[in-house]
Design a protein around this ligand. Sequence first.
Ligand SMILES: *Cc1c(COP(=O)(O)O)cnc(C)c1O
Length: 354
Amino acid sequence: MEITTNIPVKRTAQSRINEVDFEQLEFGKYVSDHMLVCDYAAGAWKSPQIVPYANLSLSPSTLALHYGQTVFEGMKAFRMTDGRINIFRMDKHYDRFVRSLERMCMAVPPKEIFTEGLSQLVDLDQAWVPKKAGHALYLRPFIYASEARFGVKVSDEYRFVIFTGPVPSLYTEPIKVKVETTFIRAAKGGTGFAKCGGNYGGAYYPTQQARSEGYDQVLWTDASAHQYIEESGMMNVMFVINDTLVTAPLSDSILDGVTRDSLLTLANDLGYKTTERPVAVAELESAFAAGTITEAFGAGTAAVVAPIQVIHINGIDYRLPAYHPGNLMFTLKNKLESIRLGTDADVHNWNFVI
Ligand SMILES: *Cc1c(COP(=O)(O)O)cnc(C)c1O
């Protein structure tokens, strides 16, 4: 295995940064000038390279396109108030990447390529890191089975790519969600804890059904009895019940969200009560009846928190109390943002300053 800590760079001849309207960013629209590419073949990762962002060339029989061996990460780099740039919780994202890859029988790139690749790429394209607070450079490392062969098999070749792009801070208006009791996202023993492409594809149909009924997202329940709440759309989900921050414990059907972990940690730091335990649908019904549920929100890298206004359970729309800036979710979101901006102490060493 060859590990380089100084990745060779082929610079773009013409930057595209002038095409970007940083005042009107849209999530997923713009990609920065460069990308990292590294191939795995004959049992080894070859030398990574940073090259101008460009299309990939694929054989139609590329294994990933047929049998779904593809895994990704979603993370962010932020500009701090002093102008420096940090990458948020790079180690935790790498560890999750490894767990996802192992579940999908895919080759795992050495940590040096991941961390050096991200740092060099962000450093090279630093002009693309937005200056507005809350905006960020989204980082998308991913690996796909690149062997060209149409028989069903575990690929012997992989391509690791990292590209980046500026994204706005997503404030979502409080959403309406529907407790899903027909379809499932993940089952015990399945791939729900892995950030693999197939988990997303399988979630679209139930989500479209929910949209046609007037809801924005589904609240996934456990696959065996639909009794317990698991996640909200493609985010973890958290509740404030009896002044306690409550979320489902990690399992093989729950994605180990970095935002989930960060918000739990910050809530504990700030002296709030937190519990990781199964949340029954029936518990939500009685908490609504008793008025003890005060907040519900999705947690994920894109939006940090996505407030939930309505939860549909067994034919009834239950409404959360109106939100205000003092809610726990906003307190935690602001705390997280101050750490990323460098205005609050980074006691957990979450910022990797480049
Ligand atoms: C990525 C993802 C999350 C959120 O994880 P973060 O690390 O907080 O962005 C939650 N659920 C699913 C299914 C995901 O794919």
